[in-house]
Design a protein around this ligand. Structure first.
Ligand code: M6R
Length: 617
């Protein structure tokens, strides 16, 4: 069983081992605990599997080793069946006819296994994946029709499967082919010149080709080096529609940075510009979006907006709630995707549901989308990954255009989501009561965003020095009011994720209702004290924790910086329009967490236990 893993496949003339290992290492950020590849050489599978990092596998592959011209590879994140070489993928069928890699979960694997055992099949792993590959072999051995026997056997096996899968299969009897299939687990085919690639994530193949064909749920494909044949589980032939990836090769390399996370933090002026490009009206008084699939008239009828998301994206939704309620006066609900799907929430008829997901593959968010659609609500997605499952299953939406985010901890994609939230608030605001002048001022503020973010990034060294003073603590509190509360949540999440320091985000005033019991000289507090209208209130909260000996670091507006002389550490950010302040205030928190994690020697881009896209419940 393999749930948050990566798949790579290749058929062509290139050095197979190198293509597979390179693809797997580009997907390392997704989280895994073992890796393996298999090639097909002279009618036999060459199989290599190792525990731990892809590097361990690469060390076992001699560059002169000929693995053949067709192969598949995988990184596995164990769920059922412990981390071991025998449970790693690829898995080979009992009689050695097939080799498979699999992402997803076969829920009914036990009953299928029982049946296959009765038929004489032997098993050498604890995985559901081995059950699937043996089921394919079982159908293959029964199949009388020689034409398309490989593809048909995979299809027949999958018809018995309950669960989710992205699979790539090799057959020793069909040495020039890879058969792939998907259900709720991403898979795409890269089209090269006399070669084809298979991957669960475009970043694995972008250095080879930008031409891709996305497989839809319920589809299978037979891939040779020059041809793709796609069909559905119901035998309906499907045209392979080629799309071009808008990613650059340098997007997936470190470009001189020590970590992807630092690179991605520093890319924010550009990623924010990308999120806004082409999205303002000609008169510069409002925003516009190409993919909403709803007319202004229909959007005006919306009387409630529901946002569903997980993790960092959920924090971005909380900011969206403040923005849309403040500027457009439309009531907003924000719900965890995992809660929404089982909550049976009553909603008004004219509710618009936004699913926000960087990867577009998070299973809980996908399920929330499907539940909202089932109930007949209009659904739109905000996602970074073009062609992702959530992008394809929603009725419309907005792409973030942040470029690939490799660091597991979200950074540039969070600020892009907030930027889109601000533009949505502007759009809805202008559909309702926001005046032309207010809209124009809002647009001007957004246009300044990349420059303001760049100014904060220049404070990198100052923030690193402050981080040094906090790296030894084991607890930390992040506090903010109004739209700074979600930023406090996100600051705490970043610190937890990459430095493993326990941190909590809280509304600053709410602290005195319980959290303050934790405050002491051992538990520093970070305050977001940037909003003029409520500054006095936040200052009172700062004094409350100072009185209890907590060390305080405060993010404040440049104009107010001198009045914070009594605070241990102050990080001043430009004084900006309310609509862009949460983004500008996020930058120091990202850098603060990054430098603390670096000082503590943590694996910043691949934090323990975390995966970039979570495709299990
Ligand atoms: O791809 P998604 O935006 O749907 O992912 C949601 C969360 O899993 C993600 O934001 C997670 O919290 C990250 N580790 C945040 O850094």
């Amino acid at each position: 069983m393999a749930a948050m893993c990566s798949i790579i496949g290749y058929v062509g003339e290139k050095n197979l081992g190198q293509v597979l290992l390179d693809g797997l290492s580009r997907m390392e950020y997704r989280g895994y605990d073992s890796a393996g590849i298999s090639g097909l050489k002279d009618g036999k599978f060459v199989l290599l599997k190792r525990l731990g990092r892809v590097k361990n596998l690469a060390d076992a592959v001699d560059s002169s080793m000929n693995l053949g011209n067709v192969g598949i590879g995988h990184t596995r994140w164990a769920t059922h069946g412990k981390v071991s070489v025998r449970n790693a993928h690829p898995q080979i069928s009992c009689n050695g006819i097939f080799s498979i890699v699999h992402n997803g979960v076969i829920e009914n694997y036990e009953s299928i296994k029982k049946y296959l055992v009765k038929q004489g099949y032997k098993f050498s792993s604890d995985t559901d994946t081995e059950v699937l590959v043996n089921l394919i072999e079982y159908h293959y051995n029964k199949e009388r029709e020689p034409k398309n026997k490989f593809l048909t056997s995979v299809q027949k096996a999958l018809l018995h499967v309950v669960g989710t899968y992205g699979i790539a299969v090799l057959s020793k009897d069909n040495p020039d082919e890879i058969v792939v299939a998907r259900k709720s687990s991403p898979l795409l085919i890269g089209v090269g010149d006399g070669e084809m690639f298979v991957a669960s994530d475009a970043c694995a193949i972008v250095t080879h080709t930008k031409n891709v064909v996305y497989l839809n749920d319920g589809e299978l494909a037979r891939i040779t080096r020059s041809d793709i044949f796609i069909t559905t589980m119901k035998n309906k032939e499907v045209n392979a529609i080629k799309c071009e990836l808008d990613w650059q090769t340098e997007d997936v390399s470190l470009k001189g940075y020590e970590h992807f996370m630092l690179k991605e933090i520093c890319e924010q002026p550009q990623s924010l510009e990308n999120a806004m490009r082409g999205r303002f009206s000609d008169d510069m008084s409002t925003s516009k979006f190409g993919g909403l699939q709803l007319s202004p008239h229909e959007l005006r009828q919306i009387d409630r907006i529901l946002f569903c998301a997980c993790g960092t994206a959920w924090h971005a939704c909380l900011v969206a709630e403040y923005f849309i309620e403040k500027y457009a006066r439309i009531p907003v609900e924000v719900e965890y995707s995992s809660e929404f799907r089982y909550r049976n929430m009553p909603l008004e008829k004219n509710t618009l549901v936004f699913i926000v997901s960087q990867s577009g593959e998070t299973l809980d968010s996908l399920a929330a989308l499907q539940e909202a659609k089932r109930k007949g609500y209009k659904t739109l997605a905000i996602t970074n990954v073009v062609g992702s499952t959530i992008a394809r299953e929603s009725e419309g939406g907005i792409y973030q255009h942040s470029g690939p985010e490799i660091g597991v901890a979200a950074s540039k994609t969070f600020t892009a989501q907030i930027c889109i939230a601000a533009m949505l608030a502007l759009y809805f605001g202008r559909l309702h009561d926001m005046s032309f002048d207010e809209g124009a001022a809002f647009v001007q503020a957004l246009l300044q965003l990349p420059e303001k973010v760049a100014q904060v990034l220049e404070k990198k060294d100052e923030i690193r020095l402050i981080a040094e003073k906090y790296a030894h603590y084991e607890d930390m509190l992040f506090l903010g009011r109004q739209s700074m509360f979600p930023i406090a949540l996100e600051g705490a999440l970043k610190l937890k994720e990459i430095s493993y320091i326990h941190a909590e985000g809280y509304p600053a005033a709410e602290m005195k209702h319980g959290l303050i019991a934790l405050v002491s000289e051992k538990c520093p507090c970070l305050f977001l004290a940037t909003q003029k209208d409520i500054l006095g209130k936040t200052v009172s909260n700062i004094r409350e924790v100072k009185a209890r000996n907590a060390r305080v670091v405060a993010i404040v507006s440049e104009e107010d910086a001198t009045s914070f002389g009594y605070i241990d550490d102050v990080i001043a950010i430009p004084d900006v329009h309310d609509a862009i302040r949460p983004i500008v205030a996020t930058i120091p928190l990202q850098l603060f967490a990054y430098y603390i994690a670096k000082i503590r020697g943590c694996d910043i881009d691949k934090p323990r236990n975390l995966a970039k896209s979570v495709t299990v419940e």
